[in-house]
Design a protein around this ligand. Structure first.
Ligand code: DCP
Ligand code: MG
Length: 570
């Protein structure tokens, strides 16, 4: 199992509430042709904007609005004049924010007849306006060459000096994950945010209702640690539906939310409470509960799931220090016995191995709970592939997991490997996982193997999927940039035959809810079985061998969804 994410602090980590705008807020004469107190309607064109940036822009507006309303309610004398409102109706918009700099591209999404009546600006205009607390003149932020005149004309610049000089305005724009293509906006338009399966919905990393999602996720986590699986899945589903909802939920549009799937009365009343107070009582009560705190902390340790956490709690253990004493572990010190898993057969799942992995997780928890930046994830992949090339030439890898979904920090590294030879690759990757881990250990990169599983040779008919992957869940050690000290990282290696490589990549890209719904969709709607080790047809066990990631979606009868739009979990 992949390493569990460390528990983040619940009190002050809410990036949305933490955002503050300390730009000038004294009243300034507006350069805009807009009545005082009437909001400037902003339409953000999704195309070419990374989903995360898209969400950030949306939240920028929303947070600013909330802050402004709060100040106004508190009778503050420094209420900013900047009054922005997001709109999804481009015809009503005053401003179009876009990362596209060519008229032709823009016209693919917006009729030029409409566009040319608006100010068309780069995302930096929005960021700078919010930062400075006033509507900046659009002339300095023109996005599309042809629209230069219109943009300046559509905003009365008579009283607006170009007092702000943008830097790097053109930098915002296309974004690409390593080895991934750009998001195809037209394809995204084909998806539906209110579909029943999350594999039919576009789910960005950060959504416009992220603080609500985080609050509901506390309750989901509570159900998870108590083993209330059904209830936990209900909350996961509710979260995934909100993740895909493209607008900020307010008291005014709550009626729209009622039409979304999987949002029952209970969740709806929680959402209403959240809109009124910014909190959900049940979530806050949970956070304050010592049992929730202990169990949540316990499951951050690799190998400790909710069941084991409850068992340990039942023994009277409450803190990680108490677990250390119970398991006789010294922080930072971990013997390297578990490399013996390399020699063992399928013994990886024995009780002793499970306990061993808890001990490693506990001993190394201070390192393993640190998140890993993208560059380091890439470095680790490069190092591993370099070592692999000494054993077998012609292999390729894709970094999957949260990294591929666009997370800036990962809790572990998930690498899927195959051989580029479609016909002979299957033979070439066989046994490679174990050999690679052995070499990585000899070279001093891998210190522990927490789990190792491989092809099951006896299953010659390959009636089950799981015989086509080899997996090693390892601890990788690595010199840390900022110091001489070495740092331990969790690295999962998944070796797949070429026929199931793309299925494995999809299966390990996640997110968890997206995967759950892929499996459900395949079963309920297509009479197929999907998991990370293969796709088959249920009635005759016919196996499918997609040659690309798009093929995986095609075989399953799905519209392709870019990895960064598969963030169906909190
Ligand atoms: N996955 C899965 N079922 C498994 C193992 C993995 O569905 N048994 C999928 C879902 C995960 C992805 O693989 O999104 C990788 O698992 P991780 O636990 O590493 O989670 P992420 O990579 O998504 O996030 P993190 O940054 O916490 O590692
Ligand atoms: Mg991961």
């Amino acid at each position: 199992m992949p390493f569990k994410r460390p528990l983040s602090s619940h009190t002050s980590d809410d990036s949305e509430s933490a955002s503050s705008h300390d730009g000038p807020s004294k009243r300034l004469s507006s350069p805009w042709n807009i009545e005082r107190d009437k909001a400037v309607l902003v339409y953000i064109l999704r195309a070419k904007i990374h989903p995360e940036t898209m969400s950030e822009l949306a939240m920028l507006v929303e947070n600013y609005k909330i802050e402004r309303v709060n100040k106004s309610h508190q009778g503050s004398s420094v209420v900013s004049e900047l009054n922005l409102e997001l709109t999804t109706d481009v015809e009503k918009a005053d401003v179009i924010v876009t990362a596209t700099n060519m008229r032709q591209r823009l016209e693919r999404h917006i009729n030029w007849r409409i566009a040319k009546t608006k100010a068309i600006v780069t995302p930096l205009w929005l960021q700078d306006s919010v930062k400075s607390g006033r509507l900046l003149p659009c002339g300095s932020y023109v996005a599309v060459r042809d629209s230069e005149d219109e943009t300046s004309r559509n905003q009365d610049t008579s009283s607006g000096n170009s007092f702000y000089s943008p830097s790097g305005a053109e930098k915002e724009g296309s974004w690409q994950t390593e080895q991934d293509e750009l998001i195809d906006a037209a394809e995204v338009e084909l998806l539906s945010h209110n579909a029943k399966y999350s594999c039919l919905r576009p789910s960005p990393l950060v959504c416009p209702n992220q603080s609500l999602v985080k609050e509901i996720d506390i309750i989901r986590r509570g159900r998870n640690i108590e083993g209330e699986e059904r209830s936990m899945v209900s909350y996961s589903r509710a979260i995934s539906v909100i993740k895909a909802y493209p607008r900020v939920i307010t008291e005014h549009n709550i009626q729209d939310i009622r039409k979304l799937p999987f949002l029952g009365e209970k969740i709806l009343s929680m959402i209403e409470e959240f809109l009124k107070t910014g909190r959900i009582t049940e979530a806050q009560t949970m956070l304050a509960d010592p049992r929730f705190q202990s169990l949540s902390t316990f499951i951050t340790i690799h190998g400790i799931g909710p069941y084991t956490a409850r068992r340990l709690y039942g023994l009277g253990l409450r803190t990680l220090e108490e677990l250390e004493r119970y398991y006789e572990v010294k922080p930072g010190v971990s013997d390297e016995e578990t490399m013996s898993l390399l020699d063992a057969d399928a013994s990886a799942n024995t009780e002793a191995a499970a306990e061993q992995s808890i001990k490693i997780g506990l001993a190394l928890r201070h390192d393993l709970s640190q998140t890993i930046p993208r560059e380091e994830v890439e470095d680790i992949n490069r190092t591993i592939m370099r070592e692999l090339s000494h054993i077998q030439k012609g292999c390729k890898s894709v970094i999957a997991g949260g990294y591929r979904r666009g997370k800036s920090q990962s809790s572990d590294v998930d690498i899927v490997v195959t051989h580029t030879d479609w016909n002979l690759g299957s033979q070439k990757v066989k046994g490679l996982c174990r050999k690679l881990v052995q070499r990585l250990h000899e070279q001093g990169f891998v210190t522990h193997v927490m789990h190792l599983s491989g092809f099951h040779e006896h299953n010659v008919l390959r009636t089950h999927h799981w015989d086509s992957l080899e997996k090693a869940l390892t601890v990788f050690v690595w010199p840390h940039n900022s110091s001489q000290r070495r740092v331990y990282r969790r690295v999962d290696l998944i070796f797949a035959a070429p026929e199931v490589f793309w299925t494995a990549v999809v299966g390990w890209t996640g997110s968890t809810m997206f995967e759950r719904d892929l499996r459900l969709w395949a079963k309920q709607q297509k009479g197929m079985k999907f998991d990370s080790s293969g796709i088959s047809r249920r009635h005759d066990s016919k196996l499918y061998h997609p040659r690309t990631e798009r093929d995986v979606f095609k075989v399953l009868g799905l519209i392709y969804i870019h990895p960064t739009l598969r963030n169906a979990d909190a």
